[in-house]
Design a binder for this molecule. Structure first.
Ligand code: GLP
Length: 269
């Protein structure tokens, strides 16, 4: 796991946008896995800016979102489909038909997972997956004790996640307790993973993910098994890491190597 520590959320967003942009420049038809939540907003704003100012094009890009709430329609203000449309898709040149989000209103939500897996497979698999992390260490909506071998399916949210996400719902509004999420295996199958986290409230989850034991109790720790995961965090989210100094040292050594030799094989495919 490569751990990059940034002084603030802006520099983190800019570096993550560099990595996504290199992927798209190398493979304009890249398949990108996307996340919702407040964490990737800086990345999305940066991608929109680059689209408008530098003509970064998403014309051939295909996207798969990690998850969606069960029981609210795609046009609901709090659905992840609406989130993605408003915060990214409507502001870039992506073909809407190339953007997939699990259907939270399917007649049988239990059928959605296997069909979503097939769609990902048909697209050739995910080249680059963007992730955030929940305060309880969840990725997508894979809550603690999710099987490390799980694929896309319905999950029940923990009380902590329901509380964390209640800020987006009005006090008397229906807040879903179920979601459809890519599984941990689905995520680990991505060729490249970028996990973003900022703020002190993520410090424990980041520490458990990077330095804790590999355990279904912290689903994000499964990323320790992935060969090409880059964790991009700010100083606050890094504050509980025991080897923080070491990760910075690795970063300097890496920069040095890249200056002297060919850039690393960052691009996935
Ligand atoms: C939700 C999403 C996750 C996201 C997490 C963190 O539960 N399903 O994909 O990573 O929230 O959200 P935030 O970035 O707002 O802290």
């Amino acid at each position: 796991m490569e751990v990059l520590i940034f002084p603030n959320a802006q520099s983190l967003a800019s570096k993550s946008a560099d990595l996504v942009e290199s992927q798209i420049n190398a493979f304009p038809d890249s398949v990108i896995g996307l996340a919702t939540g407040s964490t990737p907003l800086g990345l999305y704003q940066e991608l929109i800016r680059r689209h408008l100012e530098h003509e970064l094009s998403f014309k051939q890009v295909k996207t798969f979102n990690l998850d969606e709430y069960v029981g609210i329609p795609g046009d609901h203000p709090q659905s992840y489909r609406t989130f993605m449309d408003e915060n990214l898709f409507d502001q870039i040149d992506i073909e809407k038909s190339n953007t997939k989000v699990p259907d939270g209103m399917a007649e049988n939500p239990l059928d959605v997972g296997p069909a979503y897996e097939k769609l990902i497979e048909k697209a050739g698999g995910i080249d680059l997956q963007v992730l955030g992390v929940g305060t309880d260490g969840h990725i997508g909506f894979n809550e603690p004790t999710s099987s490390l071998g799980s694929i896309t399916r319905v999950k029940t949210l923990t009380q902590q996640t329901i509380e964390d996400n209640s800020r987006f719902f009005k006090p008397d509004e229906f807040q879903p307790k179920l979601a459809i999420t890519m599984g941990i295996k689905t995520i680990l199958d991505a060729r490249r993973i970028l996990l973003l986290a900022h703020g002190e409230n993520k410090a424990q989850a980041v520490c458990d993910m990077v330095e804790g034991p590999l355990s279904a109790f912290c689903p994000a720790s499964a990323l320790q098994l992935h060969q090409r995961t880059t964790v991009l965090i700010d100083e606050d989210a890094a504050s509980k890491l025991r080897l923080k100094g070491y990760y910075k040292f690795v970063g300097e050594m890496q920069d040095d190597l890249v200056k002297k030799h060919k850039p690393s094989d960052w691009i996935a495919r």
